[in-house]
Design a protein around this ligand. Structure first.
Ligand code: AHM
Ligand code: MG
Length: 337
């Protein structure tokens, strides 16, 4: 019989001997936030019966939109613990300082509280993505520079997937591990230790309706994935949910590539470097895969703004490198010529 390992036990057993517990406890805080958000997401369909976002409920309280609720839960669970020096959230314009009345800690938490928000109202999987960095300087209290660190400097990253079950998947740079929430006992239990992205890959994931807007290199790449135009591979199956965490998670477990490329007239792409691309890039590299902006590793990009966007190709290394090859051959060559 396999041992039952809770996330608390796993984090504790895997913390370095010199750890002071701050980092371990920060991961616990996130796991707790995940449970609170998961509980609320399963009630999302009741909003129409119990009151719409923005309306006032029976107790006279304002109903919160789920993404605002998720943002608030993470903030309120983490602001007073003394473990963080600053936070940043995809939901907020600026950095989130730790209130003066609380002591500050050594870590930076960057998060996308509820990604894939267009899927909330239609009962499709959504997710939370988080990144943890070290504070760059001990003396100061939360600065923008502490949040603008490249993915290569991540201490940990992970996501929570609110799907047919709730899963928390994270890495501290020593492999990727997945936990499934047992809703009856309220514990995350180790279900997917040491995740490695499998070969051969099965899926490619992209929003095809943008085909006409892509550069030639990206169009040729997608046709290559489909096994067309003298492609030397058998076609991959297409799967696209439009919920990044869910699309990423499926490809991580089954093998494949997810892409949200640049468009010929919008070179930045849609996804955010800090909240989406860097943490998932960190995870995929830990699982033996690769993440690129089409030209080089996402993890090496120095952020210049909190909400900076970036094209993204993520999945099995061979597939992502092939995207880079097409972009080099058709797009970069054209730019140079
Ligand atoms: P959001 O941050 O507004 O939720 O948008 C991000 C989402 C991702 O989850 C998903 O991969 C992508 O947007 C889908 O975009 P599109 O509808 O253009 O395919
Ligand atoms: Mg998002």
């Amino acid at each position: 019989m396999r041992k039952i390992v809770t996330i608390e036990r796993f984090i504790l057993d895997n913390q370095p001997a010199h750890a002071r517990g701050d980092f371990t406890n920060l991961l616990y805080d996130i796991a707790l936030a995940a449970k609170v958000i998961a509980h609320q997401t399963t009630r999302a369909g009741l909003v129409d019966i119990l009151g719409r976002a923005g309306s006032v409920n029976i107790q006279g309280e304002q109903q919160m939109k789920l993404d605002v609720f998720a943002d608030d839960v993470i903030f309120r669970l983490c602001d007073h613990t003394g473990r963080l020096c600053v936070m940043a959230s995809e939901e907020r314009e600026d950095i989130i300082p730790i209130p003066q009345e609380f002591s500050k800690g050594r870590y930076v938490l960057v998060y996308d509280p509820l990604d894939g928000s267009s899927n909330i109202d239609v009962n499709v999987s959504i997710g939370t993505i988080f990144s943890i960095y070290r504070c760059r300087e001990w003396e100061t209290r939360g600065r923008l520079e502490d949040c603008l660190q490249k993915g290569r400097d991540l201490v940990a990253a992970g996501y929570i997937l609110y799907g047919s079950s709730t899963m928390l998947v994270y890495s501290t740079g020593a492999g990727v591990h997945g936990f499934t929430l047992d809703p009856d006992v309220g514990e995350f239990l180790l279900s997917h230790p040491d995740i490695m992205i499998p070969e051969p890959p099965r899926y490619y994931s992209v929003n095809h309706s943008y085909f006409g807007r892509w550069t030639t290199g990206v169009q040729k790449y997608v046709r290559w994935l489909q096994g067309l135009d003298d492609s030397d591979v058998s076609p991959l199956s297409e799967r696209y949910i439009g919920s990044l965490v869910a699309d990423f998670h499926r490809n991580l477990l089954r093998g494949g590539v997810f892409l949200y490329p640049a468009e010929a007239n919008k070179l930045t792409g849609k996804l955010r470097l800090l909240y989406e691309a860097a943490p998932l890039g960190f995870l995929v590299e830990q699982a033996g895969g690769y993440a690129s902006d089409g030209r080089g590793p996402i993890l090496d990009i120095e952020p210049v703004g909190l909400h900076q966007r970036v094209p993204m190709f993520v999945g099995n290394r061979s597939l992502v490198e092939k995207a880079e090859a097409f972009i080099r051959e058709y797009d970069m060559a054209k730019e140079e010529g």
